[in-house]
Ligand binder design. Sequence first.
Ligand SMILES: Cc1cc2nc3c(=O)[nH]c(=O)nc-3n(C[C@H](O)[C@H](O)[C@H](O)COP(=O)(O)O)c2cc1C
Ligand code: SF4
Length: 414
Amino acid sequence: MIQMKLISKRFGSINPLSIDSYMNADGYKGLEKALKMHPNKIIDELEKSRIRGRGGAGFPAHTKVRALSKQSGDKYIVCNADEGEPGNFKDRSIMENDPHAIIEGMIILAYATGASKGIIYIRGEYQNAIMIMKASIKAAEEKGLIGENIQNKSFDFKIEVRSGAGSYVCGEEFSLIESIEGKPGRSRTKPPYPTEKGIHNLPTLINNVETFANFSHIILMGGDEFAKIGTKSSTGTKLISLSGNVKNKGLYEVPFGTSIRDVIFKLGKGVKNNRKIKMVQLGGAAGPIIPEYMLDMSIDFDRFENFDSKTGTGAIIVIDDRFDLFDILLINMKFFVNQSCGKCAPCREGHVQIVNLLNKFINHRATEKDLMSLENLANVIQQTSLCGLGQSSMTSIISSLRYFRDDYFSKVRY
Ligand SMILES: Cc1cc2nc3c(=O)[nH]c(=O)nc-3n(C[C@H](O)[C@H](O)[C@H](O)COP(=O)(O)O)c2cc1C
Ligand code: SF4
């Protein structure tokens, strides 16, 4: 068995719309334990667990939590459930199957940091998840787990649901903040970071859905025990959204350190019709494209660091040999043309030029000079864009230039 179910262990065995069902399956036990601890001790446990954020970049969770705890006055805790990255469906699965695990994690962090305002920002298309999260917040309020003077601990915490309008960039933390403030979703320059100046200039902690779902497990088992799962640099388990040309598509949970090949062949049961793998895209449209011979690479934030910040979302998209590299690149780049917020020129103009260059390759009109232009432009977009969208969107181009260079040469006109 290569699966290890921690976050998904209650999926299918509890009724997500029943708080009692959750409580009968050890739900809210982590909160009960946390409320008996000093807030700083909770953050110490997170530090010992060495958990890194599951939104993509793998930032150490305790660093942001401690930074928020040091701020005084009103503060926000935000759960990022925008999940706009193509190929990802893990956050929707948590919301629809185990919604209280997210709420419990948010309350634990509110107690640890002194935050009184909570927001779950959910992708607008996820109407079912929105309904479930709203009903679950209400149920937690009725049990006295959210509201004023929670469990007689003299701390107040409220949670509300906000939904995005389908813009991918609103998952980026500053665009998300702008969207919550009622403005168009556009990024800001940083610093200051959200934990210093976030929503309405108040300190704000933003974490991914899967990150929140880990917190009660860490408190219950203790940080040291949690850190024994996975690898030295990436502790715990990872939800994997496996899609594309595999026999068994779906959501799987594995300890960090599992190889991509095992996920595809042992859990996904290999490629449909036993065709050959042409390429695998990791993380989503903003992730790298790697060849079959690299599939023994393990799922680990440090390994992924060579690529980009979005690889760590856990999406694995398998593409078989019926597909041409340029089909996939063109789909990715058209997505970014549509999703660019338009604030900075490298991203707004650059993606359009990249699409034009790709079309030249597809129509066998590209020259070696176009290959150089593509490479240079991709680097410029990556290095000079204002926010993470433009900084990560070129990863599939840059990785394909490294691993599939012959595909480019086969289309160049000499
Ligand atoms: C274009 C773009 C889209 C993003 N979309 C999401 C998203 O849908 N969900 C998410 O958790 N993080 C997303 N992120 C990352 C967030 O900015 C942020 O790093 C993350 O929510 C932090 O949570 P974590 O520390 O728990 O990983 C996105 C980043 C970029 C650049
Ligand atoms: S990189 Fe793209 S999405 Fe980000 S601010 Fe610039 S134009 Fe907007």
